[in-house]
Design a protein around this ligand. Structure first.
Ligand code: NI
Length: 230
């Protein structure tokens, strides 16, 4: 399941973030790479825990906590503090899989990375290349989104970023542990949630429709109760 979450940040928030990101000091991105991915990773990152990373990370987490589509699709339990990367001058990240477990820096908390997220700060017209390519069972999906939009995809998937041959690609990336570990179960719950919302809209004021909607909402919550890990 690969899901685009549009307008996570407003244009004003993106503009504010861009000012901070454009003025920031970037370091070699290999600092957060595992052994295997460090061999194919060629980009720059903001230092983890730097004031700029914290300020912008908090902005993203606050926006996500109020985003119904994100909450329904991810059913998040713990979110890793957002990291920031920049690709320019031919930089790329070869095919890799993200580490399964990550410790939140400065804490004993570890998260299982069920979902990976990439939030775009640069417009697609600002750079050439830089597609996020995610391999799934239906083939390779190429993702390049407008600023402020985010993609969520299973952290289990192989993925890569194609070389940025003009301009700069600036993104935030992070992982989250979902209350629902299994991608298939999470997809089912998301589909059911969307269907219930549609039913609510289409049958508003219809007594039979409302009873059905309550029943299906019960099924949703009872599945969530059976499957959720906290
Ligand atoms: Ni990755």
């Amino acid at each position: 399941m690969l899901i685009t979450i549009p307008d996570v940040l407003t244009p004003e928030q993106v503009a504010q973030a861009r000012q901070i990101l454009d003025a920031a000091d970037w370091i070699d991105g290999k600092v957060t790479a595992g052994y295997q991915s460090s061999k194919t990773k060629d980009n720059m990152q903001l230092p983890e825990g730097s004031p700029a990373a914290r300020e912008l990370g908090d902005m993203i987490l606050a926006a996500l906590s109020k985003n119904p589509l994100f909450l329904a699709a991810a059913l998040p339990l713990r979110i890793f503090p957002p990291l920031f990367n920049r690709y320019a001058g031919g930089q790329s990240f070869g095919t890799h899989v993200d580490n399964a477990i990550r410790q939140i820096p400065g804490t004993p908390v570890r998260i299982r990375t069920d979902l990976s997220a990439t939030l775009f700060f640069a417009g697609p017209e600002e750079y050439e290349g830089g597609e996020l390519c995610v391999e799934d069972t239906y083939g390779v999906k190429k993702v390049k989104l407008p600023p402020g939009h985010m993609v969520l995809y299973p952290a289990t998937s192989l993925h890569h970023v194609t070389p940025v041959t003009r301009g700069a690609r600036v993104c935030s990336f992070f992982w989250l542990q979902s209350m629902i570990r299994d991608n298939g179960q999470r997809s089912l719950l998301f589909d059911l949630d969307l269907a219930i919302q549609r039913l609510g809209r289409d049958l508003a004021g219809n007594a039979v429709g409302e009873t059905t909607s309550v029943q299906l909402t019960g099924v949703y919550h009872n599945l969530l109760r059976q499957w959720a890990e906290m």
